[in-house]
Design a protein. Structure first.
Length: 255
């Protein structure tokens, strides 16, 4: 039996809030195992009628591993700050433990999971994770820069993938090279979006807006709509909640 958390008093933890319906839940690697082992205890300890009606949504960093080196990546900044490396940290949680956690989420009344990372589609068991989510009728929303080929789209659609959010900020190959270190990223991603839309997946796009892309925003939105994107979320770069350091500072005025 894992040791239970020594939780602070509720008035310290929740203050005057009367209802909490979502929780950030990070367990990309075994470094988070003590938390993941006790997630059901943590939630049950606070599912009080006068405090919480139940957790409905979980934000899950599926993995810290990523194929990209995006200039504005907060997760990369966190890894470099806390662990001194931009690489993924630690081994992943075992698939059996992940399945138990998702079952617990289902039993506790969770309805929705935001799946992010890192790159969630690089998790070696992501197909099994989706199958488990479908088994418990949990809605999920992967956020990704993954480039799908047609066979992968068909496979994930058959597993039950219904919606996805693509992180894409520009149609300019020079800006893409600056942000993603890949001049060919834009045509590859547009083709991937077309595969997803044609397969019946509901596609949203999330974009960081700054000086680097503000003049192309109209064309960007029209292009995404022409590809069949249903929702476009725009986020002001100045309001991102993380701090630049080191080599990022020289790009701050550009962004």
């Amino acid at each position: 039996m894992p040791t239970k958390f020594r939780l602070p008093k509720r008035k310290i933890y929740f203050g005057k809030f009367r209802e909490i319906t979502s929780i950030f839940f990070f367990f990309p690697s075994s470094r988070w195992t003590p938390f993941s082992e006790n997630i059901s205890y943590f939630l049950r300890a606070h599912l009080k009628k006068d405090r919480m009606r139940g957790i409905k949504r979980i934000h899950w960093d599926v993995t810290a591993n990523c194929q990209m080196q995006c200039l504005y990546c907060s997760k990369r900044f966190i890894r470099e700050t806390l662990f001194g490396t931009s690489e993924a940290i630690g081994p992943l949680l075992p698939l059996d433990r992940i399945k138990i956690i998702l079952e617990e989420a289902h039993l506790l009344g969770v309805e929705y999971l935001d799946l992010t990372g890192g790159e969630p589609f690089l998790h070696p068991h992501f197909r099994e994770i989706i199958a488990t989510l479908e088994k418990y009728n949990l809605k999920y929303y992967p956020v990704t820069k993954y480039i799908f080929n047609l066979s992968e789209v068909k496979e994930y659609r058959a597993l039950g993938l219904k919606e996805i959010m693509i992180s894409l900020d520009t149609l300019n190959p020079l800006v893409a090279d600056l942000l993603y270190n890949d001049k060919r990223f834009i045509p590859k991603m547009c083709k991937s979006i077309s595969f997803l839309v044609n397969a019946g997946v509901h596609v949203s796009v999330s974009s960081i807006v700054g000086n680097f892309n503000i003049t192309e925003l109209y064309d960007f939105i029209n292009t995404m709509m022409s590809l069949g994107v249903e929702v476009i979320r725009l986020q002001d770069f100045a309001n991102l909640i993380f701090t630049f350091r080191g080599e990022y500072n020289k790009f701050r005025k550009i962004l």
